[in-house]
Design a protein around this ligand. Structure first.
Ligand SMILES: [Zn+2]
Length: 294
C-alpha cells in the first residue's frame, strides 16, 4: 500500500508529463473506482491545462487552470488506494497528427482511466483492487474538502515539529503506533513508515502516546519521522509486492527496511544485538526491536 514516499515518488514521476500540458482526451472505462467518479468527469477534464502537481498526505493534487470565467481553478484529487498505479507512455509521434494513437498499448483489463495529453503522451491509471479514487473540487474549496479537512500536519512541511507532535500526543492513552497511524496526528504515515520511524527513534510501539509527548522523545520521534520519509523519497519510494514506479513501464524495486517485515532477524542498530519481533496492534502487524525500542 503506497504511503507518503511512494505517492511523492509518483507525483514526481507524473509532474514532467503533466505540468504545463493540456489534456486532449480522457477515457473513462468505468463509472466508479472506490467511489463514483464525479459527474461528467471526462468531459470536465478535457481541454484543461494543468498548472502544477502538489501532494498532501497520500493525495496527488492536480491543479488545473480556469476553464472559463465561470469555471475557476479546479483540482483533480487522486488517491492510489492499495494498488493504483500510473504508467506513462512516451510521446512517440507527439505533435504529429494522425500518429496520435500509434504505438500506444491497447487497453488492459484494469486500465480504468486514460489521459491523452495534447503532446501525445498517454497516462494510464490502473487499479485492480479499486481502492483508489479521483475527485474534482474547486481550488478555493480544496483545504475544506472532505478529503483534506481533517488531516494533520504534513510531516516534511514547516507545519510539523517536535512541539506540534507533542501537542497532538499529549494526554492520549492509545499506543504511539496507533496515534501515528491516525492521519489527524500527522498526515501520510502508514504501517511501514510508522514501524520504521519508531525503530529509528528507539521508541516502543506499545508505549502510550502521552508518554512520548515529553521534549526528549517527541524530538527524537519527529526527527525520525522526517529522516525515514526523506530517505525513502530519496530512494525513489519503497515498494512492496506490486507497487509500480511512474517513469517507464513497471519500475519495481524493493526498498531495504530496517525493521518492517524482518521478524526474527537481527536488529541492525550498532551494538543492539536484539531480534526483530512481530506483534499485532489494532489488527495490523507491528515490527519492532525489544532490545533498543523502549
Ligand atoms: Zn535493536
Amino acid at each position: 500500500m503506497p504511503e507518503l514516499p511512494e505517492v511523492e515518488t509518483v507525483r514526481r514521476g507524473l509532474a514532467p508529463a503533466l505540468e504545463g500540458r493540456r489534456i486532449a482526451h480522457v477515457t473513462q472505462r468505468r463509472p466508479d473506482l472506490r467511489f463514483p467518479l464525479p459527474d461528467r468527469f471526462a468531459e470536465r477534464l478535457t481541454g484543461r491545462r494543468i498548472s502544477r502537481l502538489d501532494r498532501r498526505a497520500k493525495y496527488i493534487l492536480v491543479h488545473m487552470e480556469p476553464a472559463s470565467p465561470s469555471i475557476g481553478e479546479e483540482v483533480l484529487i487522486m488517491h492510489l488506494g492499495m494498488s493504483g498505479r500510473f504508467t506513462i507512455h512516451g510521446p512517440e509521434g507527439a505533435r504529429t497528427p494522425g500518429l496520435f494513437h500509434h504505438g500506444m498499448p491497447g487497453a488492459e483489463r484494469h486500465d480504468h482511466i486514460v489521459f491523452d495529453m495534447e503532446d501525445g503522451t498517454r497516462i494510464v491509471y490502473a487499479d485492480h483492487r479499486r481502492f483508489g479514487f479521483m475527485d474534482l473540487v474547486a481550488g478555493a474549496a480544496l483545504e475544506a474538502s472532505a478529503h483534506l479537512a481533517a488531516l494533520g500536519p504534513e510531516p516534511l512541511g514547516n507545519g510539523f515539529s517536535a512541539v506540534i507532535l507533542a501537542e497532538r500526543l499529549k494526554g492520549r492513552r492509545t499506543p504511539i503506533k496507533a496515534a501515528l497511524l491516525d492521519q489527524r496526528t500527522v498526515a501520510g504515515l502508514g504501517n511501514i513508515y510508522v514501524c520504521e520511524a519508531l525503530w529509528r527513534a528507539g521508541i516502543s510501539p506499545n508505549r502510550s502516546a502521552a508518554s512520548v509527548a515529553g521534549p526528549v522523545r517527541s524530538e527524537r520521534l519527529a526527527a525520525a519521522i522526517r529522516s525515514v520519509l526523506t530517505d525513502a523519497i530519496a530512494a525513489g519510494g519503497s515498494t512492496l509486492r506490486d507497487y509500480a514506479h511512474t517513469d517507464g513501464e513497471l519500475g519495481y524495486f524493493q526498498h531495504a527496511f530496517s525493521v518492517y517485515d524482518r521478524e526474527g532477524q537481527a536488529c541492525s542498530k550498532p551494538g543492539c544485538g536484539g531480534t526483530v519481533k512481530r506483534i499485532v496492534q489494532s489488527g495490523r502487524s507491528t515490527f519492532y526491536c525489544p532490545g533498543c525500542q523502549r
